[in-house]
Design a protein around this ligand. Sequence first.
Ligand SMILES: C[S@@+](CC[C@H](N)C(=O)[O-])C[C@H]1O[C@@H](n2cnc3c(N)ncnc32)[C@H](O)[C@@H]1O
Length: 240
Amino acid sequence: MKNLIAKKINRLLTSKNSMKIFHFFHYLLGGFNSKKIEVSFEDKKSRLEIIQNIINRKKYQSYLEIGTFKDELFGSVNCNYKIGVDPVSGGNVRKTSDDFFSTNNEKFDLIFIDGLHHYEQVKKDIINSINALNEKGIILMHDCLPRDYYYQAVPRSQYDWNGDTWKAFLEFRVDENVDSYCCYADQGIGIIIKRKNRNKLNIVSKNFKKFNFNTFASNYREYLNLINYDELIQIIDKHE
Ligand SMILES: C[S@@+](CC[C@H](N)C(=O)[O-])C[C@H]1O[C@@H](n2cnc3c(N)ncnc32)[C@H](O)[C@@H]1O
């Protein structure tokens, strides 16, 4: 019953007409004078290539994916033990990430966060993932590099959409106790490692939810600690 209601609400909010209305409000609220980030992911590695290469290199045994949708990724990742959590479709655990983490006692080597792309939820998913991560594990998260205002505006107002995942990621870029990077590939792959921050971002914000997109767009390389795929692999290989 809960799943059915969630599905119906999601269908209503992401219908063409609802999205058109949201798009109009986003235009008025900031879209009209927003900056663009010039990115192209076409010639970059896919999330599957990145995740699989990390699992193979580190001989990781367990994989957790939050948000599986049609199993495009979850069905292709090759790992000894896989858990995929989604309240609506795909994976092998039909729950929200909050429900899953509230009873989970297992630890994972690689966790991929790609569920509800709203700042508050992504922040919770990151905190819960840090607690569910093996010491030598790694957290990856999708959709950290939106190319313009509408790609990240909540509520969703277009089909191609990253949500405001970047705001939650930024909040951890200023945290002393986790090390974070973003790989310039597949919509921006955030990386979080449980160790002291090696390149802490020095910005102050009382409320990351309200962080200004134009400020982010002007400084995204520094703010995200943007790296390329080869740099990511070097970081992974040295992570012990
Ligand atoms: C972008 S899709 C995931 C795509 C998938 N990871 C892939 O790479 O192919 C986002 C998914 O998150 C799911 N989702 C929404 N809210 C969620 C929540 N609270 N917990 C877990 N998953 C959620 C949606 O049902 C949807 O299937």
